[in-house]
Design a protein. Structure first.
Length: 369
């Protein structure tokens, strides 16, 4: 699994899922999103430092997060854990490098689609045609991962068939970017000892905790929105509650009916959304697009530990990043607003860890139906 999924660009994973119903259309909508326009790629490459550090939360970066989520879905945590273990970096660092690569790949694909005036079907055919070539050099690059960066690029280059170099020049930026990201993995690993087995129980415990939280939301079921889009959502999740509220004309808009997101994760102490959050963000965006007259307010909250002013700033940044992610998913920004409330309006007991975890949340208020 590490060898197959470790390549940061996930090109092989993209090709493998092209034939799945609805997948190609979903990816093509990300590639052709206005945020991924002609200037997006040059803007990203000129600001790689911010992209690598996670300091940017631009719409195109959010598109990259959606791109990763579309390919890996619920397996995202397993992917970053596996990559991290294989190269001796933390799962968070592996996730950061993947998040750095994704918008760059989208930029390359967007440029290719625009230059060749491709449809979704055309892109799918192109990806399938290139699959054998890409898969032939994929193992060679990954085989060099633990051996150092000095011969990584040459191994990748040597394994690429000549026809790729001469007939499909658009693919070269993807290949070179793959080499760059693999070199970055090596760079972060070169002065570190391998991750010891001692960290495994913590990783397993975290995975089990996430699984328990998801199971507490009830069974997943399929539901169709007014615009015909079908979602697979949990019975007790925010999506189900929001759909029920919006579809019930007897429930008026008020200032007290807030809906808590239940599957959003942020990096500790930061406003950066983790890729696993994208599934719920996509669902909520689809719901808002199916009810085009609805306006909402996003509220960010923290527990009461730490500096109160810093908590307000952090909660505000998190709420805004969620709003930006919904905009990147196609929701009109004029329908959205966000605000950070810090440790105001707790829903749990701040004297307990469980209560503090409940208070660290993003909630949504419907302000217009």
């Amino acid at each position: 699994m590490v060898s197959r999924l470790g390549l940061p660009l996930s090109f092989a994973g993209l090709v493998a899922k092209v034939g799945q119903p609805g997948f190609l259309g979903q990816i093509f909508s990300l590639i052709t999103n206005p945020a991924n326009g002609p200037s997006a790629l040059s803007g990203l490459t000129s600001n790689l430092g911010s992209l690598a550090s996670g300091a940017t939360s631009s719409p195109v970066a959010n598109l990259g997060s959606q791109f990763l989520s579309s390919i890996f879905g619920s397996n995202m945590s397993s992917v970053t854990d596996s990559i991290g273990r294989s190269v001796g970096v933390s799962s968070g660092k592996a996730g950061s490098l993947l998040a750095m690569a994704a918008p760059l790949v989208l930029g390359v694909l967007g440029q290719h689609v625009r230059q060749n005036n491709l449809s979704a079907a055309d892109l799918g055919s192109t990806l399938k045609a290139e699959a054998p070539s890409f898969q032939r050099f994929l193992p060679a690059g990954l085989g060099s991962l633990m051996g150092g960066a000095s011969n990584l690029a040459s191994n990748l280059t040597a394994a690429v068939p000549a026809k790729v170099a001469t007939g499909n020049r658009w693919l070269w930026p993807v290949v070179l970017l793959a080499a760059l990201l693999l070199c970055l993995f090596w760079f972060f690993n070169r002065t570190k000892a391998p991750v010891s087995d001692a960290v495994q129980p913590a990783s397993i415990a975290a995975a089990n905790a996430g699984s328990s939280a998801t199971s507490a939301l009830g069974d997943f079921f399929k539901t169709k929105l007014p615009d015909g889009v079908e979602l697979n959502i949990p019975q007790l999740g925010i999506e189900s509650k929001l759909i029920s509220f919006l579809g019930d004309s007897s429930k008026p808009v008020d200032t007290t009916t807030w809906f808590n997101f239940d599957r959003l994760l942020f990096d500790t102490g930061k406003a950066t959304l983790q890729p696993s959050s994208q599934e719920q963000l996509n669902n909520v965006a689809a719901i808002l697009k199916a009810y085009p007259h609805v306006h909402v307010k996003l509220g960010g909250y923290t527990d009461n530990t730490g500096n109160a002013a810093a908590n307000v700033a952090l909660s505000g940044a998190r709420a805004k990043n969620v709003m930006d992610a919904l905009v990147a998913a196609g929701v009109d920004p004029s329908r959205l607003q966000s605000k950070g409330y810090g440790d105001e309006h707790p829903v749990g007991d701040n004297a307990t860890e469980e209560g503090r975890a409940q208070n660290r949340r993003i909630a949504m208020l419907v302000t217009q139906k």
